[in-house]
Design a protein around this ligand. Structure first.
Ligand SMILES: Cc1cc2nc3c(=O)[nH]c(=O)nc-3n(C[C@H](O)[C@H](O)[C@H](O)COP(=O)(O)OP(=O)(O)OC[C@H]3O[C@@H](n4cnc5c(N)ncnc54)[C@H](O)[C@@H]3O)c2cc1C
Length: 424
C-alpha cells in the first residue's frame, strides 16, 4: 500500500497501515498517524499505527471535553456546538484528528487571543513506547506533556485528552473584508484589527499583488447556521496532471477577488468562515499526481514587513508560482510545546507545484528564514535539513532529551529520521 500525506510528497510504497487497538505493539520503524492531513512526512514510515478508530470517549463536563484522539475536529464541533461550546482553536480543515492537532500543536485564525491548542489541553493520556499508559499535564510529568504537545507523535500515541472549551457567543458569524495596497499596510492592518479571527489572502501570482484581510467574529445578529461534519459536495478527480496554470489560476483569483470585494460585512456560515477549502473534497488533486509543497514560515514581528517583502519578492521573481498564499498574525501567548511553531510575528503560507528545482528553491527560502530569525512549520515540511532545523528551533536539545527518556527508537517517522530527532 502506498501512503502519503495531504500534499502527496513523499509517498511510502508498501507501507503497513495498522489500526490502533490496545494490543497493538510498537516495533522498529513505526510511526503514529491521525488523518494524514499534515503536508510532508511527519506521519509516514514503513509501519504506521493509524489512530483514526481510537474513539472510546467524547464527554463534556462543564467546559472540559474529554475526547479520544481519533475523533476529527468536525465530529467534535458537531457535538459541542449544539451544547453552546466552541473549540478554542480551529484549523483550516475539519478533517484533522484531535491527536494530530495536539501532535502538531496547531493554531487557528485567532492565535493572538487563544494561542495554540496546547494552551487549552489540561491532561493527556499517552501510550508511551514501553507500552505503558501514562497521564501527563502541567502538574504531572510536565516535561513529557511539553514534549508531546507539538511533539510529532514521538513520545507515543495520544489516546485521549482533556481540553478546555470556550462558551459560544452565538452560532452566526459576520465576516469583514478589507483590501490593502501593500504588504506593509496589510501587516499593520492584520496586527491592529481587533477581530478575534483574522487571516489574509494574497494573490502573489499577479503582476500587482492584491492583499485582502478577512476578519470575523461570532455575532448574535447573524443567521444561525448549524454545523454538520461532512465531506465537501464538490469532488475533484485525480486526472494525473495538474489543473493549475497561469490562465486557470488567474481566472480563479480574479473571480475570488471580485467575490471578496462584494463580501464586505457579510453574514457567513460556520463552514464558509472556518473551512472554505473543505467545500471541495480532494482539492489536493488540483496539483495532479506529482503533488505539491506547502511552505509555511514565521518571522519575528520586529523583522515583519522588511523580511516578508524580501521573501515575497524572491518568490515572485522565481519561476515558481505560488497558487495559494495566506498570511496570519501571531500574538505573544506562549505555547507549552517545546518545539511548537508559533513565535510572536507573521507567518506566510505558500503552495508550489512539485516541479524540477523546487526543493533547491525552498532551501534558499530556508536560508532567508534563518537569517531573519524565523522558522518553518514542521506540520507542513518534507525537506528541511537537520542542520537548518537546529538553526530554527533552539530548544531541540531539550526536546530530544525528553524523547530519549521514553523512546529508544521504536517510534520514529521519515521526518524524525531526516531531522535526527530520535537517538536510538
Ligand atoms: C486544508 C488544511 C488546512 C490546515 N490548516 C491548518 C491551520 O489552520 N493551522 C494549523 O496549525 N495546521 C493546519 N493544517 C495542518 C494540520 O492541522 C495538521 O497537520 C494536523 O496535525 C493534521 O492532523 P492529522 O490528524 O491529519 O494528523 P497526521 O497528519 O496524521 O499527523 C500529524 C502529526 O501528529 C502526530 N499524531 C497524529 N495522531 C496522533 C496521536 N493520536 N498521538 C500522537 N501523535 C499523533 C503524527 O505522528 C504526526 O507527527 C491544515 C491542513 C490542511 C490539509
Amino acid at each position: 500500500m502506498s501512503i502519503s500525506n495531504w500534499n502527496k510528497i513523499p509517498s511510502v510504497k508498501n507501507a503497513r497501515l495498522i489500526s490502533f487497538s490496545s494490543e497493538v505493539e510498537y516495533k522498529e520503524s513505526t510511526c503514529i498517524r491521525g488523518n494524514g492531513r499534515s503536508y510532508g512526512d511527519a506521519s509516514l514510515n514503513a509501519r504506521i499505527i493509524s489512530m483514526i478508530n481510537c474513539k472510546e470517549v467524547l464527554d463534556l463536563k462543564d467546559d472540559i471535553l474529554h475526547v479520544s484522539s481519533g475523533f476529527t475536529l468536525g465530529e467534535v464541533l458537531q457535538i459541542v456546538l449544539k451544547q453552546d461550546f466552541l473549540f478554542p482553536v480551529i484549523t483550516g480543515t475539519q478533517f484533522v484528528t484531535i491527536g494530530g492537532m495536539i501532535g502538531c500543536d496547531v493554531h487557528g485564525k485567532n492565535h493572538k487571543r487563544n494561542g495554540t491548542i496546547g494552551s487549552w489541553v489540561e491532561e493527556i493520556e499517552l501510550k508511551i513506547p514501553s507500552g505503558e499508559v501514562v497521564f501527563c499535564s502541567e502538574l504531572k510529568n510536565k516535561e513529557l506533556f511539553r514534549a508531546t504537545i507539538g511533539g510529532l507523535g514521538l513520545t507515543g500515541a495520544i489516546l485521549s485528552a482533556k481540553i478546555k472549551l470556550e462558551k459560544l457567543k452565538s452560532k452566526g458569524i459576520s465576516q469583514d473584508v478589507t483590501e490593502y495596497k501593500s504588504i506593509e499596510e496589510l501587516l499593520t492592518g492584520i496586527k491592529e484589527s481587533t477581530s478575534p479571527y483574522k487571516v489574509a489572502w494574497l494573490d502573489l501570482a499577479r503582476k500587482n499583488s492584491t492583499y485582502f484581510l478577512l476578519s470575523g467574529d461570532f455575532n448574535a445578529k447573524s443567521k444561525n447556521v448549524n454545523f454538520k461534519a461532512a465531506n465537501g459536495k464538490i469532488s475533484i478527480p485525480n486526472i494525473g496532471v495538474s489543473y493549475l496554470n497561469k490562465i486557470s489560476m488567474g481566472l480563479y483569483n480574479r473571480l475570488y477577488t471580485r467575490r471578496l470585494r462584494k463580501e464586505k460585512d457579510a453574514q457567513v456560515s460556520f463552514s464558509e468562515f472556518f473551512f472554505p477549502l473543505d467545500k471541495m473534497k480532494n482539492w489536493n488533486n488540483v496539483y495532479g499526481s506529482k503533488g505539491f509543497y506547502q511552505y509555511q514560515f514565521i518571522l519575528p514581528e520586529k523583522i515583519g514587513a522588511e523580511g516578508m517583502k524580501i521573501i515575497i519578492d524572491k518568490i515572485r521573481a522565481s519561476k515558481f508560482t505560488s497558487y495559494l498564499s495566506t498570511l496570519k498574525y501571531y500574538g505573544e501567548v506562549e505555547s507549552p510545546g517545546i518545539i511548537s511553531f508559533p513565535i510572536e510575528g507573521y507567518s506566510l503560507t505558500v503552495d508550489f507545484k512539485n516541479k524540477p528545482g523546487i526543493v533547491s528553491f525552498l532551501r534558499e527560502l530556508d536560508q532567508l528564514v534563518i537569517q531573519f530569525g524565523g522558522r518553518v512549520y514542521l506540520a507542513k515540511d518534507a525537506i528541511l535539513t537537520a542542520e537548518n532545523f537546529r538553526k530554527m528551533y533552539s530548544t531541540v536539545d531539550e526536546y530530544k532529551s525528553v524523547i530519549k527518556s521514553v523512546n529508544s527508537g521504536k517510534i520514529n517517522s521519515l521526518m524524525s529520521n531526516r531531522l535526527k530527532l530520535v537517538d536510538a
